[in-house]
Structure formats: C-alpha cells, structure tokens
Design a protein around this ligand. Structure first.
Ligand code: TYD
Length: 407
C-alpha cells in the first residue's frame, strides 16, 4: 500500500513528524524459509492539524494483517478475559439489556464480550476478519461473520438480526484505516437510544510514557478524546462518558450515543480539560515525543549492550507486536536477546519479525532461565509478576516508563 498524504477521516493534509524506519509486519512471526520474502514498509506516524487524528502514513494492506493465520488470541491473558467479562456484565446491568436486544462486537477475536453475552443467552453477533480466530469463536457457539465491518455488513446484520442496541469495539477501531466506513456502519445499525462503546490505546498515555512500541502496523490510529469528538460530530454522535483503563498499556474507553441521548458525565469534562493542556494540533507536542523516543532507544541499546558485555543471558518475555517496533527501530537482534518466550502456539518456534530472534515456549523458559528478562509484554506486568514471583529469580529490564533494571 502506498503512503498517504491526507487524513483518512477529514482528508486534510497530514504532518509527518518522525519515522521508525523500515518495519516488518508486527505480528508476522516467520520460519527460516520465509526470511527472504519478508515484507517491509515504512513505519511513520503523523497527525492531522485539522482533526487531531494521530495516524500512520503507511499501513500494509489490512488483508496482510488480519487473515487465516492471525497470531493474536485474546484468550492468552486471564486479566484481559476478566476485563471483558466485567464490561459485558456492566452492559447488562447499567443499560438494562434484554435478551432480545442485539449486541454487535467488531474485532471480537476468539470470543470477546459477545461470548459472555452468548453464555447468558443474549442476542449477539461478532464480526472478525481473521478466519482462524473467527472460527475459534464460532466453535464456542458465538454467532460470527468472518469479514471486515463496513456499511454493507451493517445493512446485512440489520436485515438478519435487527438494529443494535449495543455496538462494541475493543482494540479494534484503531486497526481500521477506513474509519468513515465503520462510522457509516454504526450509523446504519445503531438504535436511536443505542450505545457505541469503544476502547483503544490512549494517545495521552503513549506520549507521557514514551511507549512508542504501541505504534505498529495494526494501530493505524492512536486516538484521543479531541479527535474522537471530531469524528463523532460528523455522524451526529457524541461521546458522553470516558473511562481510563490500564489495559493495552493505557487505554481510554469512550461511551458514544446519538446526539443528546445520554447526559454528559463529570469524567468527560475532566478528560476534556486535561486534553486542553496538550495541543494535539501542534507540531511541538510531537517533536518532544520524537526526542523522547530517541533517548529511550539510546538508553535501551546501551543497557542491553552492557549486560551482554558482562556475558549475561537476556530473554524477551512475550513476543508482542510492540516488540517488533522496539527491535527494528533500535536495531536489536539475537546478538543482544538470546530468545523470546511466549505462550501462543502460533508464535512458538518461529522467528521474530525483522530481527529473527527465536521464540521458544514457556517450558523452555522454565528450564533455561536467563539472568535478565526484558519485559516486552509490559502491558501485562501485574499478571506476569504474579505468575513469575515463585519461578523466576533473575532481573527484569523494562523501557516503560523509562529504561531500567528492576528485581
Ligand atoms: P499483547 O498483549 O497482545 O501485546 P501486543 O498487542 O503488543 O501484541 O501480547 C502479549 C503477548 O505476551 C502474547 O503473545 C502472549 C504473551 N504472554 C505470555 O507469553 N505469557 C503471559 O503470561 C502473558 C500475560 C502474555
């Protein structure tokens, strides 16, 4: 796919403020034989000075990202499952969901919130373009459509199941380049008093933590409330509430309705106020982020080199998509990281994208404990620390919120 010059939402000219260089597909874990045909694109973020949408200037064709071999199975994190179960219960209670009310979830992966709703007998449909995960959800009895969501999908759902009282997207909206097609679909499908609830990594967290590794091909957008409001306005929708979340490295959940249908909350006003202190329309904001990324990169490479000079072993913990950005931007390969451990079957015994660090299963980790573990899955820190407190006695390396070693 070629680079774009104009905003995917409002079509005004974008400002590119940095480049992370050539990047492979973040979730494309490969075999030795596939190295030669590995696909690269330029990972470079930009912002729209008109609508404040933070977006990539180039994204590989979504069909290359979401397909029959999609590597991410949401079921790998217990805390994330609990997080989604909590939201599905909240929807039932707060919004007084009736069994016949339809809930549609896009990007519901191998189950999602609609799986919990299904288990409780609620009307639901999941929509996911990646065949392997959509099939896994179908096998659990979730009503699934294995396709990309847009206005046409919405019209078909409406015909077959009726209008949606609840429309859900968790870590999905940021993945879809044609943002207008999703909003057109929501406009088509949502009941007059319907709710659109969406959550994604939050740009404010990303800028504050310098978590540049949240920038990778799938995240074509990193949202903030300012930009989300601008998009909603176009479709006579409005954000009436927001919720800060610790998930996915710091996310914002947006509660959206048709104009004036729900009262705006105090939390929303506070978030708006906070965002007014950051100028999302200005180059300066992003130049500071760029400088912080360079500092983080230099500190990380120095630290890993120092550890290696002392002849210690370093394993990466969690073959995350995020780590593809880190390793390729910082030029870190098997000379610094001995191996990466991960519990996902589709990643085990493959090589990391671009830098080709071997990925081994958890058993290997338990019998080949490294002296240092680089916490690549830092978004699951609480869960991982709990799991490893009696197993692993070595040191941890992190780059969030700053590069450091911790015990
Ligand atoms: P994820 O949170 O999806 O991050 P990203 O969006 O950057 O890919 O990925 C977490 C990865 O870490 C996933 O491959 C599973 C792995 N993982 C473990 O190996 N062990 C664990 O205990 C946890 C929580 C995750």
């Amino acid at each position: 796919m070629s680079k774009i010059k104009n905003c995917r939402f409002c079509n005004d000219e974008l400002n590119q403020f940095m480049s992370f260089g050539k990047m492979p597909i973040a979730n494309a874990f490969i075999t030795e034989q596939e190295i030669e045909s590995e696909y690269f694109f330029e990972l470079a973020p930009s912002f729209c000075p008109s609508c404040a949408l933070f977006q990539l200037i180039e994204q590989p064709d979504p069909k290359m990202l979401f397909h029959e071999n999609y590597a991410f199975f949401a079921g790998t994190s217990i805390l994330m499952q609990k997080h989604f179960e909590d939201l599905s219960n909240k929807i039932i209670e707060y919004y007084d969901l009736k069994p016949n009310d339809l809930t549609v979830e896009i990007g519901n992966n191998d189950g999602g919130m609609v799986e919990y709703l299904k288990n409780k007998g609620f009307n639901h449909v999941g929509v996911d373009p990646s065949k392997n995960v959509a099939d896994a959800a179908s096998r659990k009895g979730v009503n699934m459509l294995n396709e990309f969501f847009n206005k046409e999908t919405a019209a078909r759902i409406k015909k077959e199941y009726g209008e949606a009282k609840i429309f859900l997207a968790a870590n999905t909206l940021a993945h879809i380049p044609d943002i207008n097609s999703v909003f057109e679909g929501i406009d088509e499908l949502l009941t007059e008093d319907g709710l659109f609830i969406t959550e994604d990594p939050y740009l404010v967290n990303l800028l504050e933590k310098t978590s540049y590794d949240q920038i990778y091909d799938e995240h074509v957008f990193i949202f903030n409330l300012t930009a989300m409001n601008n998009v909603c306005k176009q479709y006579d929708l409005e954000v009436f509430d927001v919720e800060y979340l610790n998930t996915a490295g710091g996310s914002l959940r947006y509660y959206i309705c048709r104009n004036g249908k729900y009262p705006q909350t105090e939390r929303l006003s506070q978030c708006k106020e906070k965002e007014q202190t950051i100028n999302f329309y200005s180059y300066k904001t992003y130049m500071l982020f760029k400088e912080n990324c360079e500092k983080s990169k230099n500190n990380l490479v120095s630290l890993l080199k120092k550890i290696k000079n002392d002849k210690a072993t370093i394993a990466g913990y969690g073959a995350t998509s995020k780590s593809t950005t880190i390793f390729n931007y910082c030029d870190i390969g098997p000379e610094l990281i001995d191996y990466i451990t991960d519990t996902t079957l589709t990643k085990i015994n493959k090589l990391s994208p671009g830098k080709h660090i071997p990925i081994y299963d958890y058993k290997y980790f338990l019998s080949n404990m490294p002296e240092y573990c680089y916490l690549l899955a830092w978004n699951h820190k609480v869960e991982i620390m709990e799991k490893e407190k009696n197993n692993y006695s070595g040191k941890w390396v992190t780059h969030i919120p700053g590069v450091k070693i911790f015990e």
